[in-house]
Design a protein around this ligand. Structure first.
Ligand SMILES: [Zn+2]
Length: 404
């Protein structure tokens, strides 16, 4: 039994917006997405947009309890903020961590997220995400610049290898160039799992890798982790797909470079490598303008992420797109919508299943209220700040508060 829905606008993302278009859902899948007049709808949602399920490729749900507790610093004092995060993690017990994860997850679901990439110590978000009605990639985090870092990496790979299921996939995240053994970084790319790494986030990170000086030296010494010899030699040394060079693999696994605030424009990225720009977190730290437009112009995939509630006001990925719209009014709205849907699905390796409204894909979509106004480009309506509860369909079924 199939059912056909219509609304003021349908945004397939894989094609142009359809005024009063229709989406037909049969069982769990999209049967058809058509312009107005081709099919008689069973239900008209009115002044709303139907958009693909939202994709948030970068969160740390286990930091959800830190909302407002660790105010972002200016870029030159980034290590002070990191100290705050470490203290929060050390004072949190496993029960509190699970509560934080559930709270953050509930917020993601409420905003219409249907695919999430979450970085978690010990993979702690695996069970709550596996029990929820969304898709997820859980990146088990690896931190450690000493040989212990190599052992943790081996453990993380083993964890990831025997875990993936249909809706939830296991992956791992060497945390950042300053916190992970260089050996692990080189081995990690192309080793059979998706990988996420924080990269070029602060000026101090660039200084550390280029010159072995700056705030990170004292920061790592205080933690008893200073060993300049095991750090990568430069940011440029991390990005190339070195591990793939001697090991032919049929299909490279996704690599997400998170932030890239200070990534050189000469950095070469391949089709399976993406930059995740976290706009409101980026702004909270007062970084210089992010190079996302320049990377996009060069054909590099850039998607948006929220990062965690330790640095971001909420976990609403559509609000990130709206924020970018307010900062860059001339940036095309269709590209912004793509950055929180299809590009995110591509970056996480889920594009065959979701990310756009297309026949054959999973019936995942969000119904977003629109303002009572007109605009020459309907993306302007979608990207205008507008309150109102969203409704989410996941695999052909409505999500309600009692069925997360
Ligand atoms: Zn992060």
């Amino acid at each position: 039994m199939s059912r056909t829905y219509t609304a003021r606008y349908v945004f397939p993302v894989s094609g142009l917006p359809l005024p009063n278009g229709t989406v037909t859902v049969g069982d769990e899948r999209i049967e058809a997405v058509l312009p107005h007049g081709k099919r008689t709808p069973d239900e008209d949602f009115g002044n709303v947009a139907i958009i693909p399920g939202l994709v948030n490729p970068h969160t740390h749900l286990d930091l959800s309890g830190a909302r407002g507790l660790i105010p972002p610093t200016d870029p030159d004092h980034f290590t002070d903020w990191l100290r705050g995060v470490i203290t929060y993690r050390r004072t949190s017990n496993p029960e509190q961590t699970q509560t934080d994860i559930r709270d953050g997850l509930a917020e993601c679901l409420r905003h219409g997220t249907t695919l999430i990439g979450d970085i978690a110590s010990e993979g702690a978000s695996w069970e709550p995400l596996a029990a929820s009605r969304l898709r997820a990639v859980v990146f088990r985090e690896v931190i450690g610049v000493t040989t212990a870092g190599v052992e943790r990496w081996t453990e993380a790979v083993r964890w990831a290898m025997d875990r993936s299921r249909a809706r939830i996939r296991a992956a791992y995240s060497p945390h950042a160039p300053y916190s992970v053994n260089a050996d692990v970084l080189v081995k990690s790319v192309g080793c059979g799992c998706p990988v996420a790494i924080h990269l070029a986030e602060s000026p101090a990170e660039v200084e550390l890798l280029d010159r072995r000086t700056g705030p990170f030296v004292g920061f790592l010494q205080q933690l008893g982790l200073w060993d300049g010899a095991v750090l990568p030699s430069s940011l440029g040394g991390i990005v190339p797909d070195t591990a793939n060079a001697g090991t032919p693999i049929r299909e490279p696994y996704p690599v997400l470079y998170v932030h890239g605030n200070y990534l050189s424009l000469s950095t070469e990225l391949k089709a399976h490598q993406s930059i995740v720009y976290c706009p409101r977190t980026h702004a909270a730290f007062g970084h210089p303008p992010h190079p996302f437009r320049e990377f996009l112009a060069r054909g590099v995939r850039v998607c948006l992420g929220t990062d965690s509630l330790a640095s971001n006001p909420d976990l609403d990925i559509l609000a990130e797109a709206r924020f970018v719209r307010s900062r860059y009014p001339d940036f095309p709205g269709d590209q912004l919508l793509r950055m929180v849907t299809l590009s995110g699905a591509e970056s996480l390796g889920w594009v065959n299943e979701c990310g756009s409204l297309e026949a054959g894909k999973s019936a995942d979509f969000v119904v977003v209220p629109l303002p009572d106004a007109d605009a020459p480009d309907p993306h302007e309506l979608l990207l205008a700040d507008h309150a109102g509860a969203r409704r989410t369909m996941f695999r052909g079924q409505w999500r309600t508060s009692s069925t997360p």
